[in-house]
Design a protein around this ligand. Structure first.
Ligand code: BTN
Length: 257
């Protein structure tokens, strides 16, 4: 277990060989009232029950990829503002990718894509009270050095190594760097050095497929539309038959390939 400091970040990064899910690890600790400081992170070499969005399973090759959770206490955010935290995490990751000269994009709401393929997923689980978000467990999975993907998902999932030929020399160092990039944005947001408008502007700048026409599904309907932007409440704005339709997460699905 290492504690790093510098640029006011005190990060405790705990690396475990095996855990069911790093998000669940924090859930258990918090439900047992374990006092854990903000920016405690749990990284796992192997997850036996990794979880993804929409109740999916997150499969990740052992010792090839980065799987970790970060504990935050964003009490300065109200629950309806949860998209702000989402933007902060997505953009922190984008900044990290850019620091490696990798051109990554954000697929709304929070997948990270390289060359039209998903290389990173985020699962944020918030607990709130009347004052706002009490704690957020930010789970991040980055496909880093995985060389092969099952045939069924090869067209949509990939790794940094496959897309850029760059092999991360240390998953742990990379994990720490990601957290530093997230911390940069998070602390500036907390100190009001950046506004949520600025965050949103940058989020939209790196939005995957923005300005392009694609195929979408909402309910039983499949339609062609163009991504215009994401609004401050986190809604996706699609231009469809000369009209703007807006969607919350889970109301619309991308039918990419
Ligand atoms: C998704 O894209 O569906 C989100 C995937 C999130 C995966 C990460 S891996 C670390 C953390 N622990 C989990 O069980 N899930 C998240």
């Amino acid at each position: 277990n290492n504690t790093f400091s510098g640029d006011s970040l005190r990060l405790s990064l705990i690396v475990l060989d095996e855990v069911t899910s790093t998000n669940d690890y924090f859930k258990t600790q918090l439900s047992n009232f374990k006092p854990l400081p903000e920016f405690t992170a749990i990284m796992a070499k192997k997850q036996t029950n990794g979880r993804g969005q929409r109740d999916s399973t997150w499969l990740s090759e052992e010792n090839a990829n980065i799987t970790f959770s970060l504990l935050l206490y964003p009490t300065f955010l109200k629950l309806p503002d949860h998209f702000i935290l989402n933007m902060c995490i997505s953009l922190g990751l984008i900044h990290w990718f850019h620091s490696l000269q990798i051109d990554a994009k954000i697929k709304w709401p929070n997948d990270i894509m390289i060359n039209n393929k998903k290389v990173c997923g985020i699962l944020i689980e918030n607990t709130s009270n009347s004052k706002g978000i009490k704690h957020a467990i930010v789970g991040i999975g980055v496909n880093a050095n995985q060389e092969n993907f099952p045939a069924e998902i090869k067209h949509k999932a990939s790794s940094i190594l496959r897309e850029t030929s760059y092999r991360l020399p240390s998953l742990e160092t990379a994990c720490e760097a990601i957290i530093r990039h997230i911390h940069q944005l998070y602390s500036r947001l907390q100190k009001k050095e950046i506004s949520t408008d600025q965050l949103l502007e940058e989020y939209n700048k790196f939005l995957f497929l923005r300005g392009q026409t694609g195929l979408y599904r909402a309910g039983d309907e499949t339609f062609e539309a163009e991504i215009k932007e994401v609004s401050p409440d986190g809604k996706l704005h699609l231009l469809r038959n000369y009209q703007i339709s807006t969607f919350y997460f889970k109301e619309v699905e991308f039918l990419l390939q």
